[in-house]
Design a protein around this ligand. Structure first.
Ligand code: NAI
Ligand code: CS2
Length: 455
């Protein structure tokens, strides 16, 4: 038996179920990239908001790549279990905020109609760092953007909304990018300038792109997870997600129209997302990536194993408490040392099997905001970051293929650079001026040698 509206009654009473009439609620949000994170984060805040008050805030999920999630969720009427796991055990609830999932290329008309529908107020994204089609210098890469990215669908919807006088949309990025809202706006305008210049002023006037800081650790779901939930519920659930008890969402209070009252359910609305975002990207994600590459190098598989390794624990602590913290201007009341304590505890969660190889993915898209920003800021203060240099050497080993397949949009370029530069030139070839990873950080000769000494 499969989880579905009809089978909800079969669930143990201890499992929280959607506390509203799902069929009576309309779609108000279109979400691109309905992966595991969205289902454990934004969809949960939205489920809470709909349980507490009226409002048509159901979510139409959109996949730009495969039909997997559609095929997992549609037979379940969009329902799925959220399993919070910690050393104290697991807590299960069923989420009802997702109405359906479509594959963009297969249901283009339905997608455009949903985006153009005046009842749709918010378009949100968790399409990964690479989904925004940025070139290494941050500009839009039209080779990628013109092959089935989000931008074309949005442009068509803008046209239809403008032509009938419908209100603008809020485009809300929920990806781990620095200034994610501002980046999305800049890239969308660049796309419109090339493909629909007549829509630029409408977009700028009518639409909003708030930045957000998003945080909840959500490992990719495994077959073992699905087997255990089926044993627990007696129902098959292919769309379930596993996560930790902790969740945080900081949202810039900049919307083009109405929105769910997420702030009544734990989200923080603020005019200053920046400080939260930078701290999270440089401390949590910075340490995550270091643990990923160095942990794999030392034979670990999961985050909780890597953080239990005394050498890596020491490195993660130095990276967070000295190097990253030293590069930041904390917001009033933001205690970064206490934050680092909490992050270590979250990394240690023994019940969360977060694979290092999952975090190791897309390093070329992640390292700039996780490490290079810290290096540049500390360099401006005349300081070095030995832990990040060690982590960089771990990444270089990873892109060399030491851990097997390299899942990265720039994998071929990185591999070719390795082949050309070799161990005594690779870091300069990548990070020095003109390199594909060049940034505000200008590595010194000593730093380059230190990285290569550790390869
Ligand atoms: P996932 O692998 O479950 O889902 C990724 C989604 O992005 C899928 O829907 C996929 O189709 C789509 N996607 C991938 N590459 C794309 C591309 N080039 N263009 C358009 N769509 C693309 O991953 P998950 O866990 O949902 O993470 C997605 C993003 O969410 C992360 O990259 C990160 O920015 C953010 N995030 C994830 C957290 C986590 O712990 N998993 C926590 C905080 C943020
Ligand atoms: C991880 C993040 O895969 C990764 O890159 O570092 O997804 C991390 O789990 C989240 O940002 C936590 O909020």
């Amino acid at each position: 038996m499969r989880l579905s509206d009809a089978n909800l009654a079969h669930l143990p009473v201890t499992f929280t179920q959607p506390a509203y009439d799902r069929e009576a609620r309309g779609i108000g949000i279109v979400h691109f990239g309905i992966g595991a994170f969205h289902r454990a984060h934004q969809a949960v805040y939205t489920d809470d908001a709909m349980a507490a008050e009226s409002g048509d805030w159901r979510i139409l999920g959109v996949s730009l790549r495969s039909g997997n999630v559609r095929d997992q969720m549609r037979p379940q009427d969009g329902l799925y279990a959220l399993v919070e796991q910690s050393a104290d055990g697991s807590k299960v609830r069923v989420i009802g905020s997702v109405a359906d999932v479509i594959v963009a290329a297969e249901e283009r008309d339905r997608l455009i109609a949903a985006l153009a529908n005046p009842a749709t107020h918010i378009v949100s994204f968790t399409i990964t760092e690479k989904g925004y089609c940025r070139a290494p210098d941050g500009a839009i890469d039209f080779d990628v953007a013109d092959s089935g990215s989000v931008y074309a669908y949005l442009a068509e919807a803008f046209r239809q909304r403008r032509d009938v006088g419908s209100p603008g949309l809020t485009l809300m990025s929920c990806d781990n990018l620095a200034g994610n809202g501002a980046q999305l706006k800049r890239l969308m305008i660049a796309y419109l300038h090339r493909h629909a210049p007549e829509l630029v002023s409408w977009f700028e006037e009518k639409c909003a792109c708030p930045s957000t800081m998003v945080d909840r650790i959500v490992p990719a779901t495994t077959e073992a997870d699905r087997t255990s939930i089926a044993a627990l519920t007696g129902l098959r659930d292919d769309a379930m997600v596993v996560t930790e008890p902790f969740s945080q969402w900081v949202i810039e209070d900049n919307f083009a129209g109405p929105r769910p009252a997420w702030e009544k359910h734990g989200a923080l609305m603020t005019s200053n997302v920046h400080a939260y975002e930078e701290a999270k990207l440089r401390l949590l994600n910075g340490a995550h990536s270091a643990l990923a590459y160095l942990g794999l190098k030392r034979g670990h598989e999961f985050v909780h194993q890597a953080i239990a390794d005394p050498e890596l624990a020491a490195l993660a602590n130095t990276l967070m408490r000295d190097e990253a913290t030293g590069s930041l201007e904390p917001a009033p009341g933001q205690d970064l040392n206490a934050y680092a304590d909490a992050l270590i505890a979250r990394f240690q969660n023994p019940a969360l099997n977060h694979r290092l190889i999952q975090i190791a993915m897309d390093g070329s898209q992640k390292i700039p905001q996780r490490w290079l920003a810290t290096l540049a800021s500390q360099q401006a203060k005349g300081k070095q970051c030995p832990s990040i240099l060690t982590a960089i050497s771990g990444w270089l080993c990873h892109i060399r293929g030491d851990n097997g397949f390299v899942d990265d949009p720039l994998a071929e370029v990185l591999k070719a650079t390795w082949a050309q530069a070799g161990a005594h030139g690779i870091s300069a070839a990548l990070f020095s001026a003109g390199g594909i990873m060049a940034s505000g950080w200008v590595p010194s000769e000593a730093e380059l040698l230190e990285i290569e000494r550790q390869l």
